[in-house]
Design a protein around this ligand. Structure first.
Ligand code: 13P
Length: 237
């Protein structure tokens, strides 16, 4: 079963750092000779560090984009700016976009529809705050289901990433039991590949990637250092 290993660089790493990173990653993936049918590696640099998506063993994606080809949307980038890099991967619904930038479900739906229409591979993120987790299974299911509302979960290029907010950037991932039970529940809601994200690192990647219903990981902090990201990739096989 193919594993997906993705790195979300957020607002870290400069263009020259990403340039060095991609050269190293490409040679690492060449050396390990993993067939593309067994592993998919995608990285999501910041907008100023986007590079042409023409590497042999991995793909470049965008962390965010506005739902228009181009236009008067200060601070955003549109489809045409992304396509110029040959990029056709996008993260939508990340908790940092939802909480820090006020993206609501309606806005997220518009992004999803526009980029699905454009044929993009969409990494669609969902995840609950701690107070919802503490209310129990049923509240958790309702919350995650609401974050999927309006999303065409039969879209063939959709990947769902479960990232509990309380595990993001904290250094403490959800427990294996929590990941397994949540992914098992999500597998009843969607038929897409399911990724886990939230403090994934070399020391826990293998156990997380071995869980049923976990098709890969979306890595933040631990993807910024090439050696650490490579160890996570190694943990997938
Ligand atoms: P961390 O791996 O730093 O917890 O971030 C996870 C994340 O938000 C990936 O999208």
């Amino acid at each position: 079963m193919m594993k997906i290993i993705a790195g979300n660089f957020k607002a870290h790493l400069t263009r020259s750092q990403v340039d060095t990173f991609t050269k190293g990653l490409d040679s690492f993936l060449t050396d390990i000779q993993m067939p593309l049918s067994q592993i998919q590696v995608d990285i999501f640099p910041s907008h100023t560090a986007l590079l042409a998506d023409n590497f042999t063993h991995f793909h470049i994606g965008a962390q965010n984009a506005y739902f228009a080809p181009s236009g008067g949307f200060t601070g955003e980038i549109g489809l045409l700016q992304i396509q110029e890099f040959g990029i056709n991967r996008l993260i939508i619904g990340h908790s940092e976009r939802r909480t820090l930038f006020g993206e609501n479900q309606d806005f997220i739906n518009k992004k999803f529809r526009f980029y699905a229409e454009a044929g993009f591979h969409i990494y669609y993120c969902i995840g609950e705050p701690l107070e919802v987790r503490e209310k129990g299974e049923s509240a958790l299911k309702d919350y995650l289901s609401a974050q999927l509302s309006g999303i065409d979960t039969s879209y063939s290029k959709l990947i769902v990433a479960y990232e509990p907010i309380w595990a993001i950037g904290t250094g403490v991932s959800a427990s294996l039991e929590q990941i397994e039970s949540t992914h098992s529940m999500l597998s009843t809601l969607v038929r897409t590949p399911l990724l886990y994200g939230g403090s994934v690192k070399p020391s826990n990647a293998k156990e997380i990637l071995s869980l049923p219903y976990v098709n890969g990981v979306l890595v933040g902090s631990a993807s910024l250092d090439l050696q650490s990201f490579e160890e996570i990739i190694r943990a997938s096989f």
